[in-house]
Design a protein around this ligand. Structure first.
Ligand SMILES: Nc1ncnc2c1ncn2[C@@H]1O[C@H](COP(=O)(O)OP(=O)(O)O)[C@@H](O)[C@H]1O
Ligand SMILES: [Mg+2]
Ligand SMILES: [Zn+2]
Length: 466
């Protein structure tokens, strides 16, 4: 007889405990534990022999140079922005997780690309686990994405899905969404961590065994009350995050993990009535409102997002705080990073912000994670505090050390080229010690000002009024 055990599982990270815990010792979240009934592992194995896809031949060892490879074939999604994030298209037989808030446009993105793939003569099976087939059809009609090679099925039992895959033998499988799929072999309720983990495991094995390129869609919620796709990240080949601001139509697709390409690649889309439209030159879009507004506290950075360079505006607002504890708000930059930059400004430049509120915002809803943005942030804060304007055809690049020194940034050449392409005339950059870099940069038609300390950058601002 199958043995059942009750366990408490953190719905955010999958940490298991035998009793309820208020705070997860692993991910640190509160109130994320839910009781799940779990079947003993040994029983699951013996009962599920039909789902045991281990091929005994694969257990033999061979020399690595004798291993046959069919250079992973890429399936182009027909959307350049998506292909870039994937590293050149979907790899055949891989499993990719697309995560994002509900309503952000995940189903739309996948349906549009599935339609493009269907046009190439590939068979697609779309599992509608949370919507009805007619709802999906309505969307497909609106997006003009109802190619005859797309098959839909309203099914959320994994065993039934497996049968349909064996019968139809699709080239491409979409599971929308993984939170609505359940395996009859697992006792836990639908959407629980145990279910999601096991279903993904089985889908992964199916993908490899039948060489079906699979996309699974997963919702994430900030409250963490739906089992988060976080636990799946290490299992799947590729994780894409679809992000965007609630009241804006710009959507950003970000590669978080990719076994077949670079990570942190970014794709930019606009959500329109007819579906998602690719934005080929996002810098133009992000800077489009800037020309006419010449205010203090605005700088531009050429940020590297994966292999692409994006020009982004960093805005700062400082002012005497009405609160006993002045506020620091960071949107698009790390909060701790902002605090560190403020501390450096205070100590090295004597800028006193202890009674001021400081707000930082990166326009366009993109998060800048790289330290190369430090100088942009610092100069935005400085110019806001001093109420002066930095010449608007200038970009700022550089990491700031705790001593107030400006440190070098990677790929300076690519960043300067992008800035020059978009009409920027000057760049404040860290001191270059590498001769070859210096030679190459000289060829770019942009005036560079090398600075080694924050006060040097301030001197530049003072001597280049708008
Ligand atoms: N009839 C419509 N016209 C224009 N946009 C729509 C329409 N219906 C839905 N949308 C857009 O599509 C979004 C939902 O996309 P969807 O792909 O279903 O999201 P998800 O799968 O991530 O939950 C909505 O937030 C809305 O912006
Ligand atoms: Mg959806
Ligand atoms: Zn946890």
């Amino acid at each position: 007889m199958a043995k059942f055990k009750s366990k408490w599982i953190c719905q955010n990270c999958g940490y298991e405990s035998f009793s309820y815990l208020g705070k997860c010792p692993d991910c640190g979240r509160f109130s994320t534990f839910i009781e799940e009934v779990v079947q003993e592992k040994t029983e699951v194995k013996s009962k599920n022999s039909s789902l045991n896809f281990v091929n005994l031949d694969s257990l033999k060892y061979t020399k690595i140079k004798d291993v046959k490879t069919d250079d992973s074939i890429r399936i182009k999604s027909g959307m350049e922005e998506l292909d870039r994030v994937l590293g050149g298209g979907f790899v055949e037989g891989s499993l990719c997780l697309l995560a994002g808030d509900p309503g952000i446009g995940k189903s739309t993105l996948i349906l549009q690309s599935a339609n493009n793939i269907a046009k190439q003569g590939k068979k697609i099976l779309y599992i509608c686990a949370e919507e009805s087939t007619s709802q999906v059809k309505l969307r497909a009609k609106r997006l003009n994405a109802d190619n005859e090679n797309i098959y839909v099925t309203q099914q959320n039992c994994l065993e039934e899905i497996t049968k349909q895959i064996e019968e139809l033998k699709p080239d491409f499988l979409v599971v929308d969404s993984i939170q609505s799929v359940f395996s009859a072999q697992i006792v836990s309720s639908i959407g629980s961590i145990s279910q999601i983990r096991e279903c993904t495991n089985i889908l992964m094995r199916i993908a490899k065994q039948y060489n079906v390129t699979t996309i699974i869609i997963g919702h994430v919620t900030k409250e963490g009350n739906i089992a988060g796709p976080k636990v799946l990240e290490h299992m799947v080949d590729c994780v894409l995050n679809f992000e965007g601001e609630k009241y804006k139509t710009t959507r950003i697709l970000r590669g978080i993990k990719n076994r077949f390409g670079a990570v942190f690649e970014v794709g930019v889309f606009n959500m329109e009535d007819s579906g998602l439209v690719e934005i080929k030159n996002p810098s133009e879009l992000f800077l489009s409102d800037r020309e006419n507004i010449m205010t203090s506290g605005s700088t531009v950075i050429a940020a590297l997002e994966g292999t692409r360079c994006l020009l982004l505006e960093v805005q700062a607002l400082t002012g005497v705080s009405p609160y006993p504890n002045p506020r620091r708000v960071a949107r698009g930059v790390e909060y701790d990073r902002l605090l560190q930059i403020l501390a450096v400004l205070e100590k090295r430049v004597g800028l006193n912000l202890s009674r001021s509120d400081v707000y930082i915002n990166v326009i366009g809803g993109i998060d800048i994670i790289e330290p190369a943005a430090d100088l942009s942030i610092a100069l935005a804060v400085l110019t806001s505090a001093k109420d002066c304007i930095i010449n608007h055809k200038t970009i700022c690049l550089g990491e700031i050390g705790l001593n107030g020194e400006i440190r070098s940034v990677d790929n300076l050449e690519a960043r300067l080229k992008e800035a020059q392409k978009l009409g920027f005339e000057r760049a404040i950059i860290p001191k270059i010690n590498n001769k070859t870099v210096l030679e190459r940069i000289k060829k770019i038609d942009i005036k560079t000002y090398e600075v080694s300390k924050i006060p040097d950058a301030i001197k530049f601002i003072d001597s280049h009024p708008c």
